[in-house]
Design a protein around this ligand. Structure first.
Ligand SMILES: C[S@@+](CC[C@H](N)C(=O)[O-])C[C@H]1O[C@@H](n2cnc3c(N)ncnc32)[C@H](O)[C@@H]1O
Length: 256
């Protein structure tokens, strides 16, 4: 990542904070890392390709999950699941509230029986990797960014899960099959655009986790849910961000 690209990211991040571009780009690659105190002031005169790494630290996400940078030793005292991530230029360190909300929501809906997962906008692969750790037997991760798919592959390997996640650049409307769990940490406009494809790809009792939404944007998605035969079963928020869990109207609980 060169200096001009990083400057552009910071400038757009400031737009995010100012609430001026919420519908267009509510978050940016590594904007979670740039939120750390003092981060922005330290962005000048740095090695731009590596600077962000110092803000990515081990973080306990839930009681049972810690995410650590690939270059940091896993915490020896932690008894739960540990994900090792090097996002490269892709989004998905586990530090951004939207990713954290998705990871926590996944724990709430991952079923005990055999289940499958589709991760839409996999980025670093973090959600797909956690799906594998939670026991999904088949996982597909898709992304429109070829570079993200390369880093997702690296992270899958890094976590000893080679071959357990099928990565694809095919768009959602080209995906086939029905999945027990679909995760989509995107943006409002992207979610609204993809919403009509989700019913076809979600099992009758499956769960769809939608994030990347600012709290004030949730209503727009809620308004569209009935049009696709969905209803909301969960809502989580962190800072100004929100995550919806939705299911098909009349579905049984995914855990049954
Ligand atoms: C905010 S990141 C989420 C990364 C990771 N899943 C997480 O939760 O941290 C969104 C990702 O979605 C990808 N993306 C954007 N629009 C997409 C679309 N229509 N289909 C698939 N991927 C998309 C972007 O390239 C990016 O990698």
């Amino acid at each position: 990542m060169n200096k001009s690209v990083l400057c552009a990211l910071v400038a757009e991040l400031i737009f995010k904070v100012d609430k001026e571009l919420e519908d267009e780009k509510p978050f940016l690659k590594h904007s979670d890392l740039l939120d750390f105190p003092g981060a922005r002031s330290r962005l000048e005169n740095q090695d731009w390709s590596m600077t962000w790494r110092q803000f990515f630290r081990p973080q306990q996400i839930t009681d049972g999950l810690t995410v650590v940078p690939a270059w940091t030793p896993p915490p020896s005292e932690f008894a739960g699941k540990v994900l090792r991530i090097d996002p490269g230029p892709a989004f998905g360190t586990g530090q951004h509230p939207t990713t954290r909300l998705c990871l926590a929501a996944m724990e709430g809906v991952s079923p005990s029986r055999s289940w499958t997962m589709l991760d839409v906008g996999t980025g670093s692969g973090i959600l797909a990797i956690y799906g594998a750790r939670l026991g999904a037997r088949k996982i597909v991760g898709i992304d429109t960014d070829p570079e993200a798919l390369q880093w997702a592959e690296k992270n899958i390997d890094l976590n000893g899960l080679t071959g357990s996640v099928a990565l694809s650049s095919q768009p959602l409307d080209r995906q086939t099959g029905a999945f027990s769990l679909i995760t989509a940490n995107l943006t409002l406009e992207t979610i609204l655009g993809l919403l009509p494809d989700f019913p076809r790809l979600l099992e009758r009792s499956g769960a769809l986790i939608l994030s990347g939404l600012l709290e004030e944007q949730v209503r727009r998605v809620q308004e569209e849910l009935p049009n696709q035969g969905f209803h909301q079963t969960g809502l989580r928020s962190m800072e100004e961000w929100a995550c919806l869990v939705v299911k098909k109207v009349g579905s049984r609980d995914i855990k049954s």
